[in-house]
Ligand binder design. Structure first.
Ligand code: F6R
Length: 621
């Protein structure tokens, strides 16, 4: 999704802005642009359709001087990806320039009103409407930019993170946010300020950041403290936070793609995720335990919960489906899993003693954020399972557990999924034990088995070459079916999502028994079907489903438990995973499916890390 970078201070802005845009590339975008004001107060705007590298090339021999600038990567919402629609957008007077993330929902009405006032437009974007609206108030209010921004934002319905540059007064920048994240980095002795949609481009320069809250407008001037007002123009406190983001974790580390690196990172990520939370005493398993501060601090509310609602989108929603099975199994609490985008709009029943678990890698997904805001209004406890530290969802939640898997750069989520499932497992085991629905001996045994998962994932990864070979048989396919049952049903959904998002092959996940109720009509010799057929009580039933496919000449790839002989007789190809307890199986069965989709996409010559039309952080509805 769109990315914003801004800089003001004593250094040349251009290199900082370009580097920042590159660090935000992982969010997904289709065009890029930059605006700088030179010392002689000349405004230079450069834009390109396509990649940041093109912007860099195109500006090679152009004037890029200036100590202040704003830059943007755009992911088209209103208007096609093009140079004219790319940001920054300039007002008709030429005095204001703006970059914007989000969507101005009432832009059409505002545009009509501005046209009546004599404004003309070059692009088809909602963003240009916003800069003209600010310009309108700027001209009316004695060219006071902060006031003009405030007045304009009071007319706006929608989501935004913006940074505005004033041509005739380049000594400051004005930034604002609502429902779209924006972070301001405070340089040494406030000599300079760095602005970005997330902390990634900032941490190389400073660890001190201000997370703008919804409805806040910041006036940012070097050598001065940042000033923040709200939409009523009242002065607000400025909270400076420390970020600890390891820059080395942002590189590919020798892998061809971030996605592959992140798949391989998973054993270590899960260890990091469990560190300080899961304790195993091999000599005396009675000491095995899980310690979650969120559970200690909100024990009464969590123990009283009769009803848990999980809200999430995409891959995080699939993790939620596994979370439901885990919590119902170990805690005997009723759990519903909701698409955040549906939940927020359908007047759901939320009681004040309900617990809402919001799952989000980025912590910025607009629908998930809105869903928890709604639940908060009803007095429910908000429990966040988030990766991005300090993100909007993390800050909005009453409590929660970070998954701590490090920055996920590949657009297709991999290590965040296993991190989320891991945290949900910790939560379900710890809560079930507290409630008393999970007996002590099983609790201790389950902990011991969970601690072995990272090394078992490592074993699965050793089959990468085999999976790569198998993937070559499937690059021709136009449709795939993924089938699983129980804990493997959400894995089937996740496997199908992974394949379609990066290889652009249509794929569907189903509970295996549903096959007869429709999807079996699709099966023929062209159709690959992935069965997740590990040993559990429904294993024989899955084998029957496989026979049904085989008799219709479908091509079967099966994920099986090591040593399995029965499935091997039916399937065209099998991939083995180590034995584990049934409720931990998704942490292993998802790995070959991640690798399979990766290799199919690479074989088809596609951009694995930045698939078309997708964004890493979905900050608009
Ligand atoms: C799929 C994927 C998306 C995200 C979804 C939610 O690989 O990445 O489906 O899972 O957009 O994002 P978060 O978890 O950031 O809320």
């Amino acid at each position: 999704m769109c990315g914003i970078v801004g800089y003001i201070g004593s250094q040349e802005a251009f290199p900082i802005l370009i580097k920042g845009l590159k660090q935000l590339e992982y969010r997904g975008y289709d065009s890029a642009g930059i605006a700088l004001i030179s010392e002689s107060k000349k405004l230079n705007i450069y834009k390109t359709k396509g990649k940041v590298i093109h912007l860099e090339e195109e500006t090679q021999n152009r004037d890029k001087s200036g100590n202040v600038g704003i830059a943007h990567t755009r992911w088209a919402t209103h208007g096609e990806p093009s140079v004219v629609n790319a940001h920054p957008h300039i007002s008709m007077s030429g005095e204001l320039t703006l970059v914007h993330n989000g969507i101005i929902e009432n832009y059409a009405l505002l545009k009509e009103q501005l046209i009546e006032k004599g404004y003309t437009f070059k692009s088809t974007t909602d963003t240009e409407v916003l800069v003209q609206l600010i310009d309108y108030y700027y001209q009316k209010n004695g060219k006071k930019l902060t006031k003009a921004v405030c007045k304009a934002l009071n007319d706006v319905i929608g989501a935004y993170a913006i940074v505005v540059l004033e041509t005739n007064n380049p000594g400051h920048l004005v930034a604002a946010r609502k429902s779209s994240p924006l972070v301001v980095g405070v340089g040494q002795d406030q000599k300079d300020y760095y602005i970005a949609s997330d902390a990634t481009p900032i941490v190389a320069y400073t660890k001190k950041v201000v997370y703008l809250e919804d409805g806040q407008i910041a006036d940012i001037t070097p050598n001065k403290e940042i000033e923040i007002i709200n939409l009523e123009e009242k002065s607000m406190n400025v909270d400076i936070h420390e970020v600890n983001l390891d820059i080395s974790k942002l590189s590919k580390g020798g892998f061809d793609h971030f996605m592959l690196k992140e798949i391989y990172d998973q054993p270590q990520c899960l260890k990091d995720c469990m560190r300080g939370r899961l304790f195993v005493d091999e000599e005396n398993p009675c000491n095995n335990r899980i310690v979650l501060s969120a559970l200690t601090n909100f024990k009464d509310r969590l123990l009283q919960a009769k009803h848990i609602i999980i809200v999430a989108c995409g891959t995080s929603w699939h993790a939620g489906l596994i979370g439901k099975q885990l919590i119902e199994k170990f805690c005997r609490i009723r759990v519903e899993v909701e698409y955040a985008s549906e939940f927020r709009y359908r007047d759901p029943v939320i009681e004040k003693d309900d617990v809402i678990i919001a799952i989000s890698q980025s912590g910025e997904t607009a629908d998930t954020l809105a869903a928890i805001q709604l639940a908060k209004e009803h007095g429910a406890l908000i429990f966040g399972i988030v990766n991005a530290v300090g993100s909007s969802i993390a800050r909005e939640a009453d409590t929660g557990i970070y998954i701590h898997v490090g920055p996920e750069i590949g657009v297709a989520s991999t290590k965040a999924f296993t991190g989320q499932v891991n945290v949900l497992t910790l939560l379900a085991l710890a809560l079930g034990h507290e409630i008393g629905t999970l007996p002590d001996d099983q609790y201790r045994q389950n902990i011991a088995e969970l601690s072995l998962i990272p090394s078992k994932i490592q074993e699965v990864l050793q089959q990468n070459e085999k999976i790569k070979r198998i993937s070559t048989y499937f690059t021709y396919a136009r449709n795939f079916l993924y089938l699983g049952r129980g804990f493997n049903y959400p894995v089937a959904l996740e496997g199908a999502l992974k394949l379609k998002e990066i290889s652009y092959i249509h794929a569907e996940g189903y509970p295996a028994a549903e096959m007869k109720h429709g999807p079996i009509a699709l099966v023929d010799q062209e159709m690959p079907i992935i069965f997740i057929a590990t040993h559990h009580k429904l294993y024989q039933k899955i084998i029957s489903n496989m026979e049904e496919v085989k008799s219709r000449k479908g091509r079967i790839l099966a994920i099986v438990t090591e040593g399995d002989e029965d499935v091997k007789k039916i399937a065209n190809e099998t991939i083995e995973i180590p034995q584990t307890l049934n409720f931990l199986i998704p942490l292993l069965t998802v790995i070959p499916l991640q690798l399979l989709s990766y290799h199919v996409a690479v074989a088809r010559g596609l951009n694995v890390d930045m698939p078309r039309n997708l964004a890493k952080s979905v900050t608009v509805e």
